[in-house]
Design a protein around this ligand. Structure first.
Ligand code: NAD
Ligand code: UDX
Length: 480
């Protein structure tokens, strides 16, 4: 029986390994982590992450061929294939701070693998890493290996949160990069054999190590670039009376452009896009490619601009001040169907409104109150860290209340900001909400999910990103 061990029981390690275990009943899969509460949660009925369909998959194989353990060294020593799916946040200090990937967790995992291994192993980079990381990992492993043969593969993960299980069941492609030596090719084949249990052969792409590593950064950069492109258009739409949804639809019909990932929003969030683009920028700079670095940097800058533009729009629409006004925040997660708040645009928007002394009442169906308070009360450089490594700041955030439903959040409010596209926000009783709000009552839709005409008929003043402005907003001072 092949034994797989995955180091890192996070958003990637947990779901990915659960699906491998489900699809390969003859392979034993153990997911290990140094953070014990996460392992306890994986072994309980309350899994540590919310992901549609995940509970089912875990229930079907946990205790049979899927195990979660804190006994990292034992399971690494016993494994034939070791996936490393630890976090690789942006460095916050030292050389490359604010851009380069922090490989501390990766390096310590690699050193531990070298220390405890007694047999040959395939070590798989599952984390997103800078191009050429495999070379560094190889050095660590071979310098400490006591003659053991390690083959390094790059097998980046392309799942998106909220759809992780369906992405893993039917991936657009699986990418495996390895050395172009006979041993490297043999290792690629061994990993291909695992995925071949459910992924059609033509969807498994094999490349050299550096192409696989770089393809992951490139894919995220291209995806984020589409969002910044459409968000840049949204500002022009507001200035000209064009409607960004109509523009997206029209350009997306061109098969060379395609319809996906063209939804204008308050900005992209999530643990990957910004981190991976900054990492790409850093690699370009290190290779002397200043123009290329500047090109990709702009994708992140437009994203920041979009969040600022949204805050400015809220404040300027409400007579240029939100001081002492109750604003309901509907949605805090970085997208629907996840409880993850890493780099969520809601953090920037809420902080901007708090800076103007607003009183925030926040409702999100999946994000716990403690998480929201932690996110709003700490320094931005700390937000990249995994939740358990984020310090709880002593700063009191008395301007923020977290509530259990949208009606409580909006009661008595002057305005509503929709910051996550949760389905339940589309079917709320907006007449009731309007009746219970201060007048004039505002809706600022940061996700373009509201029925603008219906809300205007009720009496709301509505701002929707990239849509023609209503008369009220046109009369207000222009925003940056
Ligand atoms: P995460 O923070 O949710 O999980 C990482 C886990 O690794 C944590 O639980 C941490 O305790 C554990 N860990 C760190 N060092 C360890 C060590 N030495 N030994 C054992 N455990 C250790 O991160 P994630 O979101 O799962 O992301 C993991 C990697 O996958 C990152 O490189 C990320 O860029 C990449 N990725 C993430 C996504 C996503 O949607 N989240 C998608 C594709 C790729
Ligand atoms: C992303 C990549 O999609 C995935 O392939 C990679 O493995 C990890 O990073 P994720 O961040 O989980 O996945 O979610 P994604 O669906 O890509 O959304 C990222 C952000 O972009 C979210 O805040 C989302 O709301 C926003 N977005 C997405 C838009 O604003 N407009 C769009 O059209 C699409």
């Amino acid at each position: 029986m092949v034994k797989i061990c995955c180091i890192g029981a996070g958003y990637v390690g947990g779901p990915t390994m659960a699906v491998i275990a489900l699809k390969c009943p003859k392979i034993e899969v153990v997911v290990v982590d140094i953070f014990e509460p996460r392992i306890i949660a994986w072994n309980s009925d309350q899994l540590p992450i919310y992901e549609p369909g995940l509970d089912d998959v875990v229930k079907q194989c946990r205790g049979k061929n899927l195990f979660f353990s804190k006994d990292v060294e034992k399971h690494v020593a016993e494994a034939d294939i070791v996936f490393v799916s630890v976090n690789t946040p942006t460095k916050t200090q030292g050389l490359g701070a604010g851009k380069a990937a922090d490989l501390t967790y990766w390096e310590s995992a690699a050193r531990m693998i070298a220390d405890v291994s007694k047999s040959d192993k395939i070590v798989v980079e599952k984390s997103t890493v800078p191009v050429k990381t495999a070379e560094a990992i190889e050095k660590i492993l071979t310098h400490n290996s006591k003659g053991i043969n390690f083959q390094i593969l790059s097998n980046p993960e392309f799942l998106a949160e909220g759809t992780a299980i369906q992405d893993l069941f039917k991936p657009d492609r699986v990418l495996i990069g390895g050395r172009e030596t006979p041993e490297g090719q043999k290792a690629i084949q061994a990993l291909k054999d695992v995925y071949a249990h459910w992924v059609p052969a033509e969807r498994i792409i094999c490349t050299n190590l550096w192409s696989a590593e770089l393809s992951k950064l490139a894919a995220n950069a291209f995806l984020a670039q589409r969002i910044s492109s459409v968000n840049a258009m949204s500002a022009l739409c507001e200035a000209t009376g064009a409607d960004v949804s109509q523009v997206s639809h029209a350009i997306g019909k061109d098969t060379r452009i395609g319809p996906k990932f063209l939804n204008a929003s308050v900005g992209f969030g999530g643990s990957c896009f910004q981190k991976d683009i900054l990492n790409l920028v850093y690699i370009c700079e290190c290779n002397g490619l200043t123009e290329v670095a500047n090109y990709w940097k702009q994708v992140v800058q437009v994203n920041e601009y979009q969040k600022t533009r949204f805050v400015n729009r809220v404040v300027s629409s409400m007579f240029n001040t939100v001081s002492g006004k109750k604003i309901a925040i509907l949605g805090f997660a970085f997208k629907k169907d996840t409880g993850d708040t890493r780099e969520t645009p809601a953090i920037g928007v809420c902080r901007g409104l708090l800076g103007d002394k607003a009183i925030l009442s926040i409702y999100d169906p999946q994000v716990p109150q403690e998480q929201i308070q932690r996110d709003l009360s700490m320094h931005k450089s700390e937000l990249d860290k995994p939740p358990h490594l984020r310090p709880v700041s002593a700063i009191a955030i008395e301007q923020v209340t977290c509530v259990r439903d949208a009606y409580e959040a909006t009661k008595g409010a002057h305005g509503i900001c929709v910051l996550t596209e949760w389905d339940e926000f589309k079917t709320l009783d907006y007449q009731k909400i309007y009746n219970d709000m201060q007048k004039p009552a505002f809706v600022f839709d940061g996700r373009n999910v509201m029925d603008v005409d219906k809300l205007r008929q009720i009496g709301f003043i509505v701002y929707s990103i990239g849509k023609p402005l209503d008369a009220w907003l046109k009369d207000m001072p222009a925003v940056a």
